[in-house]
Design a protein around this ligand. Sequence first.
Ligand SMILES: Cc1cc2nc3c(=O)[nH]c(=O)nc-3n(C[C@H](O)[C@H](O)[C@H](O)COP(=O)(O)OP(=O)(O)OC[C@H]3O[C@@H](n4cnc5c(N)ncnc54)[C@H](O)[C@@H]3O)c2cc1C
Length: 458
Amino acid sequence: MTTTYRHSAAFNDLAALLTGQLVLPEDANYEEVRQLWNGKVKTQPAAIARCLTVQDVIHTVRWTRSHNLPLSVRGAGHEIFGRSLLENGVVIDLSQMKTVTVDPNKRTAQIQAGATAGDLIEAAQEYGLATVTGTISSVGMTGLTLGGGYGSLNGAYGLAADNLLSAQVVTADGQLITANAEEHPDLLWGLRGGGGNFGIVVSLEFRLHPLTTVLSGLLLYPLDQARTVLHRLNEFIATAPDELTVRSGFLQIPDGLTVLFLSPTYCGAIEMGEQAIAPLRTFGTVLVDQMQPVSYNELIHSSDAFTPKGRHYYLQTQSLKELQTETIEALIEQGLPLPSPFSAINLHHFHGAASRVGVSETAFALRQDHLMVELIAAWEPQDDEQRCIQWAQNLSRSLAPYAFKGGYINLLDEQEQERVRLAFGSNYERLLDLKQKYDPDDVFRSTIGHLAPNSLTR
Ligand SMILES: Cc1cc2nc3c(=O)[nH]c(=O)nc-3n(C[C@H](O)[C@H](O)[C@H](O)COP(=O)(O)OP(=O)(O)OC[C@H]3O[C@@H](n4cnc5c(N)ncnc54)[C@H](O)[C@@H]3O)c2cc1C
């Protein structure tokens, strides 16, 4: 099948159906279009359908299925393990469908599925509104939301998935359906954290919140104070108000020094925020204090430069109940030194509104205060890949005994199927039923949080 489809005229009839371009390996822009955020991913699909309309999506699903070819879905292309591309498969590329429409009266935004966090927030801020996104502007809102969506507003407004009101979905048999509180409410439930299992989301509607300026930035501490600062942070976040979410971790600053960072974001009155974050400045000797009022839009663009497209990346994740002595020791003893200047440890703070949602209210099941740890190994192509990967795997293993079973599905790779099951916890059976209902043939198998309807035991 590989040789039949690659470099052949077999795709001509699909190309003729589309308003967008069908990019084939022989096309001059194939490599540029194929390239994901993670330059380590070299997967070569047989064709990339750059959809411009919902009808393009429908045509591509039907054509691909009728030719019995594997299919994958791609938004902004930030998923770390490259599941949006399949070797010799057909890619439904939504990255050009990025229109955002804000309704300031209803406080909602309708986005096409290729929109990034930056696209959404830029449009919403015109009306003094925002919603929950991740911390980087270029990440796709759809992939982020389908897995959950951790970010600096979790304490105040929940996960990105908690703010999803409605979605339009092209199903495995090429039908366009709506999932909201009235129509297919079971599907809306599954899209809120249940992964990309059920169909191709072509548009999403989000709840917006009045928000322009936040108090945010970085506080940097020397490594010899890391133990003390992290112990005090652990006590501090146990009673943090919803408005305050404190990301933390380790990174290397441009002069080559590795530091502990705290990155608090307060989304309320700035004076209240100054009071709320004041204790953090007493936890140790602050080397650099960059806390300031910034627009939420500026905030999500401020870290983009640290995560450039095309570098090589590998990531492991664990979700910790708290920063107990053993986990602080593991982070410092096993995690440092970082394996490369671009690698980092990032702890997302999950609490407040995100923790108050019931376990069975959405597919996302870990509804209690925790710290979602990202062990981000990053290197240039000529660097020692194995050393970076092993660093992340070893540290992840050291943290695992103290972590919740499971993990954040957006960051688990396909070898970690058992952890996906554990992440869904008591929602797992219901998700399998949903998979059976909406995608019984497992067309959407190359996805975050994959549920295999027939091969997994219940
Ligand atoms: C630099 C960086 C920063 C990040 N920061 C955060 C963060 O702060 N918080 C957080 O929670 N996560 C974060 N992530 C993880 C991120 O949420 C996931 O990688 C997510 O999958 C990215 O979505 P995407 O649309 O860009 O990915 P893509 O690679 O385009 O898609 C990933 C998968 O999602 C599914 N999918 C995407 N679009 C659709 C669709 N329209 N319909 C159906 N399925 C679809 C598909 O299965 C696809 O294979 C970050 C990732 C990176 C690389």
